[in-house]
Design a protein around this ligand. Structure first.
Ligand code: GLU
Length: 334
């Protein structure tokens, strides 16, 4: 792992002395990751998502846990090299691109930042909410976010998004085409969402094209280790800790993390804030990234989901690590 190429993350003036960052010593973090992996490995509750037929075929036993710190160190256990589809974990990163291109106010005004309390793909939420699209982490808001990305055409827009995610990961990421084809053939609900947004004037490019680019972005492959680097870039104020590249303006990061805290865990976001207290985003591919601002990202990946769409083993693993470290953004409570 290359050292951090930027002094901003690890160096000096703003960081507390090393001892105050306890207990995130190397051996402790590796031990915690190992423990979290071992503790929840035997859990077999839940099931792969199957409304995207290809997701039902992913081996359910896969399970990986990863931490990447803001100084670029990685601590991993289990299936951390398996590329799964990013699915809704893509959503905050596209929201970040909209913020970067158009500003935080445009995101708030044209999409919204309120949690919906509805399932992520709820069509009825659009009719009931004043802002229609809710926030960029539910399907309606995420499709609207794609529509707001500035690019000359749909292909260029997809390429821009793919490259943008790659900047967060510090590596080139590519689409898993079988997943894309499978979802594109079955995503009538998302097409209905886009059509309804158009009715209310809350989508800003062609609805059919916007759903297609959104479906492609959801099919981008990422492994747990890469996803942890993406999260660590947010933890690090928008600078990738491996490449040293500033990806996102630091002013956007707290706002994005606020949306993730309020809406990142589907309609279990309240429960997640209560139990783990971390900004996070989950996806039906089984990946979850949680961000500890200024410290690290914690990632879990395992395909079996609960009713809300959250990976059961990944949720438990991150919650365990966050609890042991006492890193809730609301305080450690001790
Ligand atoms: N592509 C998926 C959909 O639109 C993403 C869902 C998710 O991960 O929450 O249904």
């Amino acid at each position: 792992m290359p050292p951090a190429a930027t002094p901003s993350a690890s160096a000096g003036a703003v960081d507390p002395p090393a001892t105050a960052v306890a207990p995130a010593r190397e051996t402790d973090l590796q031990k915690l990751v190992n423990e979290a992996h071992l503790k929840f490995r035997a859990l077999t509750e839940g099931a792969n998502a199957d409304y995207i037929p290809e997701l039902a075929r992913i081996p359910s036993e896969l399970y990986g846990v990863a931490i990447v710190t803001v100084d670029g160190r990685a601590y991993v256990a289990g299936d951390v090299e398996y590329a799964f589809s990013i699915q809704s974990v893509s959503k905050p990163f596209t929201a970040a691109l909209v913020m970067q291109q158009r500003g935080a106010e445009a995101l708030q005004k044209q999409i919204g930042v309120e949690p919906t309390g509805f399932p992520f793909n709820a069509i009825e939420a659009i009719a009931l909410q004043p802002q229609r699209s809710g926030n960029p982490l539910v399907n309606a808001g995420a499709i609207a976010a794609v529509s707001m990305v500035e690019a000359p055409d749909a292909e260029a827009k997809y390429r821009l998004i793919e490259g943008w995610y790659g900047d967060f990961a510090g590596q080139k990421l590519t689409m898993l085409s079988e997943i894309y084809k499978s979802e594109a053939a079955t995503n009538r609900g998302n097409r209905a969402i886009a059509a309804l947004l158009a009715k209310y004037g809350r989508i800003y490019a062609d609805p059919v094209e916007s759903v297609d680019v959104y479906t492609r972005q959801c099919a981008i492959g990422v492994n747990a280790r890469q996803l942890a680097v993406m999260g660590a870039t947010l933890a690090n104020g928008g600078v990738n800790p491996l490449t040293g590249k500033r990806v996102l303006d630091s002013t956007h990061v707290p706002k994005l993390l606020a949306i993730m805290t309020m809406a990142g865990f589907y309609d279990e976001s309240g429960l997640w804030a209560y139990r783990a207290g971390l900004p996070a985003k989950t996806g039906v591919g089984g990946g979850i990234v949680a961000v500890v601002p200024g410290r690290m990202a914690i990632v879990g990946f395992s395909p079996r989901l609960n009713q809300a769409g959250n990976s059961i083993r990944a949720t438990r693993a991150i919650e365990y690590i966050a609890g042991e470290l006492g890193v809730s953004v609301f305080g450690a409570g001790r």
